[in-house]
Design a protein around this ligand. Structure first.
Ligand code: PMP
Length: 416
C-alpha cells in the first residue's frame, strides 16, 4: 500500500518527528505553550514565581489524615482498592450534595458524576456536546486548561467581554445574535463566576441572573465552573448559577482547592439525561474514577473538620492577597491597573500601553520574577497587555519582593 503524497510542511514535520503524518487532526492545534520552558527556569529558588496556580496545602493536618486513612483501609480496604461505579461512589456523591448546599444548590446524589478533577469534567462535557467547528463561548480571558480542552475537540472559542463584575450580559447577547446571523452552532457558555481564573473578578447575584436570562432567551446551555467558590474572603458565598437555574446549568465542582489537588477528585452536576451520557463517556475514558481517592476524600470529609480547614485556607490566602495588593500599589508604574479579588488565587494586570507581556517574560525571569503572560488566556492571540499574577503559593514577603521586581522590570521596559 502506498502512502499519500506529503506536503512540504508535513515533510519537514516528519524530519522532526517520524510519527508526524499519523496524528489525528484533533491534535494539530495542541502545542506545548511557548512559556513552558521558561517556567522550568522560573521554578529555581532565586526566582519569585507569581506564575503558578498551585494551592498552598502546607497546613493540611497530614498526621490526622494519615491515621484516619489507615482506619479506613482497615475497614473498607477491599472496596477502596477495587474497581467501582462509573458514576462514582454513592457515599461521596452524597457528601458532595452537602458541599454544594453551602452555595445554595439542592441536588440529588444521582445527578452527580464524579470526575478526575473538574478538568476531566470539562473534557467529558466537551466530548459529549461538541463536534469540530462548534462554537464554545468563554469569558475574555478564560481558564487556560479549559481553552486547551475546547481546542482538543476542534471547537472554536468565541470570547465574551468582561468588566469588574465578570461576564457582560449585553456582550453575550451581541455575540449570540452575531453567531446566529453567521449560522454558527453555539454549544454552551463556559463561565467561572467566582474569583475568575485568570481575572480574579466575581459576578454579583444580579449579574448571574442577567446572564442566565440571556442564556434562556437564546436556548444557550451554561457550564458553570466553580473550583474557588468556597474560598471567599468575606466568608459569604454568592449563590451558584446552578442554584438559580437547575434546568439550564451544568455545574463543575472540585476538591482541589478546598482539600487536595493530588486526590484528583471533582464532579459534574447535570440534569438526568445529560448525566447518563456523562457516565457512559466516563466509563469509556476511565472505566470508573479512582476508587481509592474517592474513599480518601469521603474519609476526610466525614472525619476531619474540613470546613474549619477551608476557613484557615481562606485566611491564609487573604493575607497573601493583601500582600500582593499592597506590593502592586507600591511598585507598579503609573498607567498599570489591576483587579481586586475577593477570593481565589489571581490578580489580573493591565500594563501601560505599548508593553508586551510575552516579549517581556524572559527579561522578567532574568530579574528573578515570573508571571503568566495574558495571551495564554485567550484562544485568539489577544492579551499582550495583560499579566496574570497569583498570590496563592509564595509567602507574603516573597509576594512583596516579587511585586518589587516586577515593578522594576516594567519601569525599565517603559524607559526602553
Ligand atoms: N477550572 C478552573 C477555573 C481552574 O482554575 C482549575 C485548576 N487550576 C480547574 C478547573 C481544574 O481543577 P481540578 O482538575 O484540579 O479540579
Amino acid at each position: 500500500m502506498s502512502l499519500p503524497e506529503q506536503s512540504p510542511r508535513a515533510r519537514q514535520d516528519t524530519r522532526l518527528d517520524t510519527w508526524a503524518g499519523r496524528y489525528a487532526a484533533r491534535t494539530h492545534g495542541t502545542t506545548a505553550s511557548a512559556v513552558r520552558s521558561l517556567f522550568e527556569v522560573a521554578n529555581r529558588p532565586e526566582v519569585v514565581s507569581l506564575a503558578g496556580g498551585m494551592p498552598n496545602i502546607a497546613d493540611l493536618p497530614l498526621d490526622v489524615i494519615a491515621d484516619n486513612l489507615a482506619a479506613m483501609i482497615g475497614k473498607e480496604g477491599p472496596r477502596a482498592m477495587q474497581y467501582g461505579s462509573g458514576q462514582g461512589e454513592p457515599a461521596l456523591r452524597e457528601a458532595i450534595t452537602e458541599v454544594m448546599r453551602l452555595e445554595g444548590i439542592h441536588a440529588h446524589r444521582d445527578d452527580v458524576t464524579v470526575t478526575v478533577g473538574s478538568q476531566q469534567g470539562l473534557d467529558l462535557i466537551t466530548r459529549i456536546f461538541c463536534d469540530p467547528g462548534d462554537v464554545v463561548l468563554a469569558e475574555a480571558p478564560s481558564y487556560v486548561g479549559a481553552l486547551g480542552t475546547f481546542r482538543s475537540y476542534q471547537t472554536d472559542v468565541v470570547h465574551v467581554a468582561m468588566d469588574e463584575h465578570g461576564l457582560q450580559p449585553e456582550a453575550l447577547r451581541e455575540a449570540l445574535v452575531g453567531l446566529q446571523v453567521a449560522g454558527r452552532r453555539v454549544k454552551f457558555l463556559y463561565t467561572i463566576p467566582n474569583f475568575q481564573n485568570p481575572a480574579g473578578v466575581t459576578q454579583p447575584l444580579e449579574r448571574r441572573e442577567e446572564i442566565l436570562e440571556v442564556a434562556r432567551e437564546h436556548g444557550l446551555m451554561v457550564v458553570e465552573d466553580n473550583p474557588y467558590g468556597l474560598l471567599s474572603f468575606s466568608g459569604e458565598p454568592i449563590p451558584a448559577m446552578r442554584s438559580l437555574d437547575a434546568d439550564n446549568v451544568l455545574y463543575l465542582g472540585s476538591f482541589s482547592k478546598t482539600f487536595s489537588p493530588g486526590m484528583r477528585v471533582g464532579w459534574v452536576l447535570a440534569p438526568h439525561a445529560v448525566r447518563e451520557k456523562l457516565v457512559l463517556a466516563q466509563e469509556s475514558a476511565t472505566l470508573c474514577p479512582p476508587t481509592f481517592s474517592q474513599f480518601a476524600v469521603t474519609t476526610y470529609l466525614t472525619t476531619c473538620d474540613w470546613q474549619g480547614q477551608v476557613v484557615s485556607f481562606r485566611d491564609m490566602y487573604r493575607i497573601r492577597r493583601d500582600a500582593m495588593l499592597e506590593g502592586l500599589a507600591e511598585f507598579m508604574p503609573a498607567g498599570t491597573t489591576w483587579t481586586r479579588p475577593d477570593g481565589g488565587f489571581f490578580v489580573w494586570l493591565t500594563l501601560p500601553e505599548g508593553l508586551d507581556s510575552q516579549a517581556m517574560l524572559p527579561r522578567a525571569i532574568t530579574s528573578r520574577v515570573a508571571y503568566v503572560p495574558g495571551s495564554a488566556f485567550f484562544a485568539d492571540g489577544f492579551g499582550a497587555r495583560h499579566v496574570r499574577v497569583s498570590y496563592c503559593y509564595p509567602p507574603p514577603d516573597r509576594i512583596r519582593e516579587g511585586c518589587r521586581r516586577l515593578g522594576e522590570v516594567l519601569h525599565r521596559e517603559l524607559d526602553l
